[in-house]
Design a protein around this ligand. Structure first.
Ligand SMILES: [Zn+2]
Length: 195
């Protein structure tokens, strides 16, 4: 079961940064659809985490801007750290939401107080998984590949169970977070990435 590694100091969170850097580098090398070059134009972020030792790099979401006059398009690559515009880290949103559906209310209470997540926030996250995710273009494509593995009624617990099967929780997390990473970009970019 994945979960404990989120508290094991900086290493897990630094590991996710290295994955995001790879995703950003792939996007930079592809360049803009107009043929222009992409320049770094990161967004500042201030994630809530309840963790004291979150690496400095968590203060930005990697992003690019096309350098061609007349285009200047913004391109934000997918991320395994940030889930859309949520102020909490993606892994925390997934873990706490999955525990809400799991068998141990005690463990949910422990984890949500460690990460500083209140009850109202968890309720909003449940609505996100139940009402928003299944309607996204990403999910329509992804669920066609996963069904019958994944039940929408138990998102994201069903995903955590489907992806958390090896003895290497870091790799399980990266597979799960990369799978969900199309949710971290805008709708028009999402469709391209999902394909
Ligand atoms: Zn361009």
């Amino acid at each position: 079961m994945i979960g404990q590694e989120l508290h094991h100091g900086e290493s897990f969170w630094s590991f996710l940064i290295s994955v995001d850097k790879d995703l950003a580098e792939c996007a930079r090398q592809r360049g803009c659809s107009c043929g222009g070059r992409l320049h770094r134009a990161d967004y500042p972020r201030a994630p809530r985490s309840g963790l004291d030792d979150l690496p400095e790099d968590y203060r930005c979401r990697f992003s690019f801007c096309c350098d061609r006059d007349g285009c200047r398009k913004r391109l934000t690559p997918p991320s395994v750290r940030f889930l859309g515009r949520k102020v909490y880290l993606g892994a925390v949103v997934i873990l706490i939401s999955a525990m809400r559906q799991g068998p141990s209310p005690r463990r949910l209470r422990e984890q949500s107080s460690l990460f500083g997540v209140d009850r109202a926030t968890i309720t909003r996250w449940q609505a996100f998984w139940r009402d928003h995710v299944p309607k996204t273009p990403f999910w329509r494509l992804a669920s066609a590949r996963l069904v019958p593995l994944i039940e929408i009624v138990t998102l994201p617990l069903s995903l955590v169970e489907a992806f958390g099967r090896t003895n290497d929780p870091y790799q399980d997390w990266v597979k799960l977070l990369r799978f969900l990473s199309p949710l971290t970009v805008s709708d028009s970019e999402m469709i391209k990435i999902s394909r």
